[in-house]
Design a protein around this ligand. Structure first.
Ligand code: S3P
Length: 454
């Protein structure tokens, strides 16, 4: 029987919610992770641009996705929960209304950058604001291409939020080669191209997650994807009419990764994680864990919402350090914090490089994880573009005794969840300073963890 979903924790209490994660009993039984965050954002956005009513099941009800929903409502879409599903009544491509107040993006880079793309090619002006973490993150990577298409920006110093964006209609179609491997930048340009006459082209030297392309094609957009000399060329024809869809959102591999690592490092574990999305542009973490010796079996492989999905059976296994191929980085970009935890428990050395992008996520994840794991007793060297970790060979980490300083999570959900997992495989437990950020992507995380380790 899947674990019953109990009540999620209160979202956003006013003061930090510290918690000590203690050495754990084996993880056993079956569980289900919430819907994929990337696909959830896009389901709402594309539903809002279709003409008519879309229905979404399995939508992730995390704060980031709810920020997208709120912004789309401010621009005229109707979005409501209907039983366990969500329904979206779209306004059509180019049909957004002028928002009457700032679009509050909270912690969500995906909401911000993709919505900037959508606003850029419409005759509306929007102000984007965010929390302290989001307000430090670079927006010039989308300002540059959207500026070439004709949109005008007034960002805060350093190209950050708060930012005013004045869209333009008609925008100018461009051909843009991505200077960073970023699905958010790719998507921002393609989404601006949706309401731009003519053909907008994005060239991807390194492939990144392809949910935008897959889903837009499903909604009836005219999109061509070609491989040319190892690069992906994506062309979108502007101003299609999008047809509403029924979407079943698969489980988020990025959320499953925390439990896959936890079951791998806690002796005696034997856990089935149901309904995990295994899109090849997202499943790098499972490839690397298997290279390290993890026991991860794919049961009942199938398609959900056009994406490959399986139930993962993960059993405890001794892990060995590896050199992680930097070419895999885009397919596991959000999973490095928890991979570092696996590495800290492995036999021998794990070397990662080519991870400069981790410095501009919800926190500087190289610095945050180096500091956190060191505090928990791991041997970590921080380099410019990666971490080098010498593992314990399966011995628990020392952990942080009562009275020791807690882990600083820096408003970063994935640091909080990764260090919770580290606590399970520690001698003394690990205290994180604030669990509130977890609600951005995985509100049920602590409930599921408590039930599965009981
Ligand atoms: C996302 C893309 C990734 C990822 C983020 C979600 C998306 O960011 O880190 O959590 O949904 O497109 P980048 O594309 O900027 O690497």
């Amino acid at each position: 029987m899947p674990v019953a979903l109990s009540k999620p924790p209160a979202v956003n209490p006013e003061s930090p919610a510290p918690r000590r994660f203690l050495p754990s009993a084996p993880l056993r039984g079956r569980m289900r992770v919430p819907g994929d965050k990337s696909i959830s954002h896009r389901s709402l956005m594309f539903g809002a641009l279709a003409v008519g009513r879309s229905r979404i099941s399995g939508l992730l009800e995390g704060e980031d996705v709810l920020a997208t929903a709120a912004a789309l409502r401010q621009m005229g879409a109707t979005i409501a929960r209907d039983g366990a599903d969500w329904i979206v009544d779209g306004v059509g491509v180019g049909g957004f209304l002028q928002p009457q107040a700032a679009l509050e993006m909270g912690n969500s880079g995906t909401s911000t950058r993709l919505l900037m793309g959508l606003v850029a090619s419409q005759a509306i002006t929007a102000v984007f604001t965010g929390d302290a973490s989001l307000s430090r993150r670079p927006m010039n990577r989308v300002i540059a291409p959207l500026g070439l298409m004709g949109a005008r920006f007034e960002p805060s110093p350093g190209g950050t939020l708060p930012l005013l964006l004045e869209g333009i209609e008609p925008a100018v179609p461009i051909t843009y080669r991505l200077p960073v491997a970023s699905a958010q930048v790719k998507s921002a340009v393609l989404l601006a191209g949706l309401n731009t006459p003519g053909i907008t082209t994005v060239i991807e030297p390194v492939p990144t997650r392809d949910h935008t392309e897959r889903m837009l094609a499903g909604f009836g957009a005219h999109l061509e994807v070609e491989d040319e000399g190892g690069e992906r060329i994506i062309r979108i024809s502007g101003q299609p009419e999008l047809t509403p869809q029924t979407i079943d959102v698969p489980g988020d591999p990025s959320s499953a990764a925390f439990f896959a690592v936890a079951a791998s490092i806690v002796p005696g574990s034997d856990l089935v994680i149901e309904n995990v999305g295994l899109n090849p542009t997202r499943n790098g973490i499972f490839t690397v864990l298997r290279q390290m010796g993890a026991s991860i079996e794919e049961l009942s492989p199938r398609k959900v919402g056009g994406e490959p999905v399986a139930d993962l059976r993960v059993r405890h296994a001794p892990l060995t350090g590896v050199e992680v191929d930097p070419a895999l980085a885009p397919s596991m970009i959000d999973e490095f914090p928890v991979l570092f935890v696996a590495a800290a428990l492995a036999q021998g050395r794990t070397v990662t490089r080519g991870l400069d992008e981790l410095r501009v996520k919800e926190s500087d994840r190289l610095a945050a994880m180096a500091a956190a794991l060191t505090l928990a007793g791991a041997r970590v060297e921080e380099r410019e573009d990666g971490l080098v970790i010498d593992g314990t060979g399966g011995e628990p980490l020392a952990g942080i005794g009562p009275g020791g300083s807690p882990i600083a999570t820096h408003l970063d959900h994935r640091i909080a969840m990764s260090m919770a997992v580290a606590g399970l495989a520690s001698g003394g437990g690990v205290e994180v300073d604030d669990t509130r950020p977890i609600a951005t992507s995985f509100p049920m995380f602590e409930n599921l963890l408590d039930e599965i380790t009981r």
